[in-house]
Design a protein around this ligand. Structure first.
Ligand code: ZN
Length: 171
């Protein structure tokens, strides 16, 4: 049981994920209300027992100083981003476990580890493409890579804590 709690703005826009401790602080100060609780589970304080929050919502609109930004690149993030799409170079159903650099690392000017230069691929496909571009290798990309934003990460985190995305209108 993960103790991460999703926080929504008064407008229902997701703001982030906080610890159970932090979420309880919002609730106890009456800054937030529970939108979804974990059925059959409770949280005890010194004096009372509360539903176990899964999603809480601020009662008042919180000003967000920034819009969703681009997440820092990670290898795991690429695999997660492309999970539903499979290998970039073939349609074999096995889940790809390696990251291919579309423009090979050895030839990339600057940092090759970016969202737009990396894509999920099978070990064999990655090896076959080797130190070539998709064009040179005759291996066209089956789909285009995209940048991962904090919103994507939030939606994944929400799915992981079991927040009901459909009910929240975010699916
Ligand atoms: Zn493949």
């Amino acid at each position: 049981m993960t103790a991460a709690v999703v926080v929504l703005n008064a407008s229902f826009e997701p703001l982030g994920i906080v610890s159970l401790h932090r979420a309880m602080a919002f609730l106890l100060k009456e800054r937030a209300v529970i939108v979804e609780a974990v059925p059959g589970q409770t949280v005890r304080s010194a004096t009372a027992e509360y539903p176990f929050p899964r999603v809480v919502q601020f009662r008042e609109m919180v000003r967000v100083p920034y819009k969703y930004g681009v997440q820092p690149w990670t290898r795991e993030g690429v695999l997660q981003r492309d999970r539903g799409l499979g290998c970039a170079y073939c349609t074999k159903p096995a889940r790809p476990t390696t990251i291919d650099h579309i423009m090979p690392k050895s030839r990339f000017v600057g940092n090759p580890n970016t969202w737009l230069n990396t894509i999920a691929a099978h070990t064999e496909c990655n090896g076959r493409k080797a130190d070539r571009t998709p064009l040179e290798a005759g291996m066209p990309l089956r789909y285009q890579p995209r940048e991962v934003t904090t919103r994507d990460t939030l939606l994944v985190a929400m799915a992981e804590v079991g927040a009901d995305l459909v009910a929240l209108g975010l699916a």
